[in-house]
Design a protein around this ligand. Structure first.
Ligand code: C2O
Ligand code: CU
Ligand code: CU
Length: 465
């Protein structure tokens, strides 16, 4: 991990970023299932951060270094010593070596910084990259492969006129002078390029998409009206392809997408985003354009790839042995701006409550009492979304009674595979079933809106014998 300059914006001077091996996003790993790897993560960053730190968050009153990092393999089924727990941070001049066993279905994982209280700034500075885990099944399927398989990391950034990254340095509440409840950039950056275009051939492509934004949800459409054919999510393949006119991806989520440009030679399409104005009343800006596809390349060889009607699936999970109700709440100031956002109504440092017996399966019910959607992420596991059910929030707040106002709603067609992030909508109970296998130790679960995660919306997850 180093600091360097990289040209992100065609019309602006190079931007100071943080990256891995001198690139932002970091290099893409290609790993194989059941072939373990070791990775040494070396912190060679400067000792001062170039983004504004809020010293009222983690470390207030403690002697904590501003520059601290720890890399987490998001979606990885990894032992606790290599997970990249937020408390395992280290300073410039130090390194950590992690062991990734790759014992899980093939999937698009990603790695990113996870240091306590400062993840939003470290990731915004550039500390993120992809990790493609390929299984035998992946090779057997006749899907488009490289160079027709292309990863797309979507992020939003704001730039100063000198080309430098802009992150707000004034908070919205007097409680935190710098912290903002959610960051929304006014510029789309894909694979480290501002508003890029991609020249493609008239054929099928496989795009491995990641929403790597701090806080922004993306609801993507293609100008052609052409559908997205989603074949996989965070944990691997869906049972069958999902055909979507719009693709909603929350921060941390991944979508394995086939786009077919066969009938569009010579045309240009915008990939647009119409996710609703992000933070009602909070000054969030829309980001209508993400990138462009130009079907300008000649077909170099016939497209023999195909989309199978059914995709390989892992073994079913054991039946659950426990159900937990988990509250999502926020504390707001007089202007309704969040001061702190909580899970279980507890800060991260309160003693662990999610203590799980190893090699069991549990049902977790996320009861969202806030007005926002939170993308909830669990380390270690890949889970299934069971359903969502609307309930009366005021009754719950006044009496603690869960009064449902409708029937359970089944997961969307692109939520039917294994996942590691689930959108917990406001006024809904979102139910997942999660297996906790192989490893014992300390992990975390949290909201993947990085500003939330840094301001207490994270809790320990402890796996015990
Ligand atoms: Cu992508 Cu705990 O994080
Ligand atoms: Cu993770
Ligand atoms: Cu959140």
């Amino acid at each position: 991990m180093t600091q360097f300059q990289q040209k992100l914006h065609r019309d602006l001077p190079p931007t100071t970023v943080w990256g891995y091996n001198g690139t932002y996003p970091g290099p893409t790993f290609e790993a194989r299932t059941n072939k373990p790897i070791w990775v040494q993560w070396i912190n060679q960053l400067p000792t001062t951060h170039f983004l504004p730190i809020d010293h009222t968050l983690y470390g207030a009153g403690l002697d904590v270094p501003d520059v601290r990092v720890v890399t987490h393999l998001h979606g990885g089924h990894v032992g606790p010593e290599s997970d990249g727990n937020p408390m395992q941070w280290y300073v410039p001049g130090r390194s950590r070596t992690d062991y990734y066993p790759n014992i899980q279905p093939g999937a698009l994982l990603w790695y990113h910084d996870h240091a306590i209280g400062i993840t939003r700034l470290n990731v915004y500075a550039g500390l993120a990259g992809l990790y493609i885990l390929r299984s035998k099944a992946d090779f057997k399927l006749n899907l488009p492969c490289r160079p027709y398989e292309i990863p797309l990391v979507f992020q939003d950034r704001s730039f100063l006129s000198n080309g430098q990254l802009n992150y707000p340095s004034t908070g919205v509440t007097p409680y935190h002078p710098v912290w903002v409840p959610e960051f929304f950039g006014d510029t789309a950056v894909v694979n480290g390029k501002v508003w890029p275009y991609l020249e493609v051939e008239p054929r099928k492509y496989r795009f491995r998409m990641l929403n790597g934004c701090n806080a922004r949800f993306l609801q993507l459409s293609l100008g052609s009206g052409q559908p997205f054919i989603q074949i996989g999510a965070e944990g691997g393949f869906l049972p069958r392809p999902a055909v979507l006119n719009q693709l909603l991806i929350a921060p941390g989520e991944r979508a394995d997408i086939i786009l077919d440009f066969s009938n569009f030679a010579g045309q240009t399409f915008n990939l647009t985003n119409d996710a609703p104005a992000p933070y009602p009343g909070g000054g969030g800006q829309d980001l209508p354009l993400i990138m462009q596809f130009r079907v300008t390349l000649p077909l170099s060889r016939p497209d023999k790839s195909s989309i199978p009607p059914y995709l390989p699936q892992p073994h079913p999970m054991k039946p659950p042995i426990k159900t937990r109700n988990l509250l999502l709440t926020e504390v707001v100031d007089q202007n309704d701006n969040p001061i702190v956002i909580l899970l279980d109504e507890k800060p991260f440092a309160a003693p662990p409550t999610e203590i799980v017996k190893v090699n069991t399966t549990e049902i977790w019910n996320f009861i969202n009492l806030t007005p926002d959607t939170h993308p909830i992420h669990l380390h270690l596991t890949q889970f299934r979304v069971l359903n969502r059910q609307p309930f009366d929030v005021n009754t719950y707040k006044n009496t603690g009674q869960l009064v449902f106002t409708g029937q359970p709603i089944p997961p969307e067609s692109n939520e039917t595979g294994l996942k590691d992030v689930v959108k917990a909508y406001p006024g809904m109970v979102t139910r997942i079933q999660a297996p906790f296998t192989d490893f014992c130790g300390n992990y975390v679960w949290h909201c993947h809106i990085l500003e939330h995660e840094d301001n207490e919306m994270m809790r320990p997850l402890v796996i015990v014998h």
